[in-house]
Design a protein around this ligand. Structure first.
Ligand code: NAD
Length: 504
């Protein structure tokens, strides 16, 4: 259906992704085999990979089942001892080799990401570099998994706290960052000494499988890193049930996060969840308008809005409200909607049709409730997966867009009067991933950074993620942290050791 619409209206987009994939030097990147216990496994059943811009079928991948996953768990368990006993420096060397191979293949990996995810190629290239950065960073951090010595409360004894790898880990990853969300989890797990099994999103398996090819080439031993594509429930069931899987890391919707948390309860796994966001972006009268517009553009439209850090509610103080709307609308008019593989594109298609539908639903709801729309409707004929960047002004808290995550290029702007009022409105939500404050008043910035109920705050910046920072949310935005030394700890257990009877 999508394909037919696009074929009729935009013949120049048809075959674009397929041609790019055909021109890849690395034919194995599109072979589609799963990676289990160091082997490339073809299955009888296959899943199709779609170009989200056109709806065309562009590749096929092995569809693994529960029995394949159980084999993968057994392989991971077998590989655990040798991997944990490697010196951290040696594990680090392998992780660095993997990162280097990703950078060597940056262009080809970026083509895979754009072809199946839809983001503009320039952003796909950034994602590959960002993703490789986690492997590099954790390569070193694994050598710093220090424990502690505790001043003893017992005569003649020594008290130690050690950090030890937890065991087999599993990662269920999303489609919006199909490479970086894998390396952020795998970098930490492998550096900690744990094998990890990845179940990527069904929409973006090629990126995951290509990264696995490079993991193999980097020298990661059999069973230590595995990738299985298939039906999410069928593949996650053995992961949840099996007591050999000790840690589960998930990035995706809060709804699925709750299910996995519940499913992991039986075997009491260590669970880390990076879930939805609904970031408030606060702009005060005293701010430099250009900087605020630049920040809001970056925070709203990166990854075509399909980003858990996206500015979902842009609160603007009344003194600067009209000026901000005008400048923001002018900046939005520069955005170019198109196929991610076209050079000028800054906003690609929505990866999933459900996301495009949700955007349209939020726009309709806001208009029905009195929002004003300013929309550069530049993509009327591109196809149903495209959502033109849309600016909704005078948004109120009763509108869906003010209450739930958008995950697309629709910007909601809400006026406010006072700091006290806006912090209450910003915090009145069950999500708490990120928040942004734009002000030139240092004391106000510090006050708000204290009071915002979220895991990450950007003051006068929209750019703050990266390997060294603890990425994660408060409230229903998640549990645990990724990246940073806290992210390494998600794959480790503490062990307290008391060495007694030392008195001479
Ligand atoms: P999702 O939560 O359904 O998918 C994320 C991952 O979970 C995928 O690998 C998927 O295959 C897997 N999954 C889905 N259902 C599962 C189940 N029952 N058991 C085990 N695994 C399961 O997300 P979605 O439906 O693709 O996107 C919906 C919304 O989720 C988005 O609009 C956005 O709000 C949010 N989301 C957030 C992030 C993030 O970065 N935090 C990423 C993707 C989606």
């Amino acid at each position: 259906m999508v394909y037919q619409t696009v074929q009729r209206k935009n013949p120049h987009l048809v075959g674009l992704a397929a041609r790019h994939l055909q021109s890849l030097r690395r034919r194995d990147f599109v072979a589609g085999a799963a990676f289990i216990d160091g082997r490339w496994v073809a299955t009888e059943q296959r899943d199709v990979v779609i170009d989200p811009a056109t709806g065309e079928e562009i590749a096929y991948v092995a569809r693994c089942g529960a029995a394949d996953m159980t084999r993968a768990i057994a392989a991971a368990e077998r590989s655990f001892r040798a991997w944990r006993e490697l010196l951290p420096a040696r594990r680090g060397t392998i992780l660095r080799a993997w990162a280097a191979l990703m950078l060597d293949h940056l262009d080809e990996l970026a083509v895979l990401v754009t072809s199946e995810q839809g983001k503009p190629l320039v952003e796909a290239r950034q994602e590959v570099a960002y993703g490789a950065g986690f492997l590099d960073w954790f390569a070193a951090e694994g050598e710093r998994a220090y424990g502690e010595t505790i001043p003893s409360h017992k005569p003649g004894s020594l008290l130690q706290v050690r950090m030890q790898p937890i065991g087999v880990a599993a990662a269920i990853t999303p489609w919006n960052f199909p490479i970086a969300m894998i390396t952020r989890k795998a970098g930490a797990a492998l550096a900690a000494g744990c094998p990890i099994i990845v179940k990527p999103a069904p929409e973006t398996p090629l990126s995951a499988l290509a990264v696995a090819r490079l993991a193999e080439e980097a020298g990661i031993p059999s069973g230590v890193f595995q990738v299985l594509v298939g039906h999410p429930i069928e593949l996650s069931a053995p992961l949840l049930r099996d007591e050999r899987v000790r840690a589960l890391s998930f990035t995706g919707s809060t709804q699925v996060g709750r299910l996995l948390l519940e499913g992991a309860a039986d075997t009491v796994k260590k669970v880390s969840l990076e879930l939805g966001g609904h970031a408030p972006f606060l702009i005060f009268d005293d701010v430099d308008l250009d900087k605020a517009v630049k920040g809001a553009m970056a925070a709203k439209f990166a990854t075509s809005g399909q980003d858990c850090l996206a500015a979902n509610r842009i609160y603007v103080q009344k003194g600067i409200y009209d000026a901000f709307i005008n400048a923001f609308a002018a900046a939005m008019a520069e955005l170019k909607v198109g196929h991610g593989l076209e050079a000028a594109t800054s906003i690609g298609p929505m990866t999933k049709s459900s996301v495009a539908d949700k955007c349209r639903g939020q726009i309709d709801d806001a208009l029905a409730k009195g929002a004003r729309v300013i929309c550069a409707d530049q993509a009327p004929n591109l196809g149903p997966s495209f959502v033109p960047p849309t600016l909704l002004c005078d948004v109120t808290e009763d509108m869906l867009i003010a209450r739930e995550e958008t995950f697309g290029p629709v910007a909601a702007v809400l006026p406010f009067d006072t700091e006290e009022e806006v912090i209450a409105r910003a915090n009145a939500n069950e999500m708490g991933l990120a928040g942004y404050v734009f002000t030139n008043d240092l004391r106000r910035a510090l006050r708000l950074s204290e009071r915002l109920e979220c895991g990450m705050v950007g003051i006068n910046t929209a750019s703050f993620t990266g390997p060294p920072i603890p990425f994660g949310g408060w409230k229903q935005s998640g549990l645990g942290r990724e990246g940073s030394r806290q992210g390494l700890a998600e794959y480790m257990e503490l062990k307290y050791v008391c060495i007694g009877d030392l008195a001479a």
